[in-house]
Write a protein that binds this ligand. Structure first.
Ligand SMILES: Nc1ncnc2c1ncn2[C@@H]1O[C@H](COP(=O)(O)OP(=O)(O)OP(=O)(O)O)[C@@H](O)[C@H]1O
Length: 471
């Protein structure tokens, strides 16, 4: 019997596909998380995988599953399901070697046909691969072996003071079992920090389950966290395992915790205190052993004061707080982030881009990055996508709305001249005013400014530092 694995964080989709494909005689299993699905594939083999593009374990998405399957289980086909048609995603998916792609909503007939077509193609391909006679000599090594580039590390440890402090905090807290609140603006990497804490902890071989509380509806909040019994409420067509049980032994990460309703906050407090959970509609309590990490970009203490967040839950969770700094406070890390994101995108697109133009790097440096690392990553992705292969990436490839902010000259006042200063001070002031006026003329391009003043870049940097001009 051919077997199919369905990966989707929506239980309804999983049960729907299991029913439809099961009726066609396939053996169907499903997983609500990518991490668990990868584990299932290690334990047994599947002929076909239907995988949702966006999964709740944010670090694993459809294209990552597709890549892993093609590397580790080359005879398994992958069909990606998505409700978000997007060119970038399509490019990624094609590169990761998927068999097909289906947009949600879909109908039963369409899915069955797709599964049959894919499995048939797979069988034909297998049959047409000639098998070698048993006495055939082993193949000689290929003259030009295909060199597989090692994947670029997706997490970057910055060099700035703020980054070093952050990673020291992660190192210290990882070895404990304390609950952690991660605070920081949107896109600063709170979820990445939660992953790091888990991967450096003694629970690292157990599940890491991430739940975005911002997406939980009022009705489904409890069911997502604690599970439900079949028939517990209208639409509960099958029993569901909640995140607490799925994360048993490992770490449960609750993102945007400030969005939980009061009712769910109350049940959550009890579950954390007693380590016992009860699925909606069940009378049975299940003991769980999990570490809780939560994140918020709202000030939770403020929410406690305004009554939006339960005070007792806040103190229960706040055994340790990690503050993730915004990108504008880790400017020294910009070159590292920029370079590594460029390498990652080059790998995603199988493309080699030209260097970043100096003026562009300076514009990136000056931009305030309200969306933090996520925004930087997206901008680099866009720059690499728009620039031709090998073309120098310049300011003209920047999104228009960014050009205005990043290229606007910084308002630097000329220092007023004071007639009482001594000669040394006067020459320092003159130098200061000259450098500022040249920088403004060349739109803060330091190389151009150095050329205009007939000095080298190093001398200009030294002058900027000694005159305390911060760009
Ligand atoms: N240190 C880092 N190195 C590489 N990539 C990073 C780093 N920190 C964050 N990112 C990337 O930036 C993006 C945003 O990170 P993440 O989702 O962890 O942020 P967040 O603070 O949880 O965002 P939100 O508040 O919107 O939930 C992700 O694509 C993540 O991979």
């Amino acid at each position: 019997m051919q077997s199919i694995l369905v990966i989707d964080d929506e239980i309804n989709i999983c049960t729907l596909l299991s029913t439809i494909l099961g009726k066609e005689g396939y053996h169907v299993e499903y997983s609500l998380s990518g991490a668990n699905a990868l584990k299932m594939m290690k334990e047994r083999s599947f002929d076909l995988v239907f995988c949702d593009y966006r999964l709740k374990d944010k670090e694993i998405d459809g294209s990552m599953i597709a890549r892993k399957v093609s590397e580790e289980h080359p005879s398994t086909s992958v069909i990606i399901m998505t409700g978000y048609p997007d060119v970038r995603i399509a490019i990624q998916l094609i590169k990761s070697g998927i068999s097909d792609y289906v947009s949600k909503p879909f109908n039963a007939g369409q899915l069955v046909l797709l599964a049959k077509k894919t499995l048939m193609r797979q069988q034909t391909a297998a049959a047409s691969t000639p098998s070698l006679p048993s006495n055939f000599p082993p193949a000689a090594p290929a003259p030009h072996p295909v060199v597989k580039k090692a994947p670029v590390n997706t997490f970057i440890y910055g060099d700035s003071r703020a980054s070093k402090d952050l990673h020291e905090q992660i190192r210290l807290i990882a070895s404990t079992d304390y609950s952690v609140i991660i605070m920081g603006e949107t896109g600063t990497g709170k979820e990445s920090v939660a992953h790091l804490i888990h991967s450096q902890s003694k629970r690292k071989d157990k599940p890491f389950i991430a739940i975005d509380c911002g997406c939980l509806s009022r009705e489904l909040g409890s069911s997502e966290l604690f599970g439900h019994e079949k028939g517990a409420f209208t639409g509960a067509i099958a029993a569901k395992t909640g995140a607490f049980v799925e994360a048993n032994g490992g770490t449960l990460f609750l993102d945007e915790i400030g969005n939980l309703t009061h009712d769910v906050q109350t049940t959550l407090l009890r579950a954390i205190q007693e380590r016992l959970v009860r699925a909606v509609g069940s009378t049975q309590e299940i003991r769980v052993d999990i570490r809780i990490i939560v994140a918020s970009n709202e000030d939770l203490q403020q929410n406690v004061l305004t009554g939006k967040f339960r005070e007792d839950l806040y103190y229960r969770l706040n055994e340790f707080t990690v503050n993730v700094p915004p990108l504008r406070e880790r400017q020294e890390d910009m070159p590292l982030f920029t370079q590594l994101f460029k390498q990652m995108v080059e790998q995603e697109l199988s493309k080699t881009c030209g260097d970043f133009q100096e003026e562009l790097l300076e514009a990136l440096y000056r931009y305030p990055w309200p969306g933090n690392i996520r925004e930087l990553k997206n901008v680099i992705r866009r720059l690499c996508l728009l620039a031709g292969s090998g073309e120098i990436i310049s300011c003209r490839h920047l999104p228009e709305e960014m050009q205005e902010k990043a290229l606007a000259p910084v308002a630097v006042q000329e220092a007023p001249f004071d007639h009482n200063v001594n000669l040394k001070e006067a020459s320092r002031l003159a130098e200061y005013n000259k450098i500022i006026s040249v920088l403004q003329k060349v739109r803060y391009n330091k190389s151009a400014a150095a050329r205009a003043m007939n000095i080298d870049r190093k001398t200009l940097y030294n002058k900027l530092q000694s005159l305390n001009i911060l760009l």
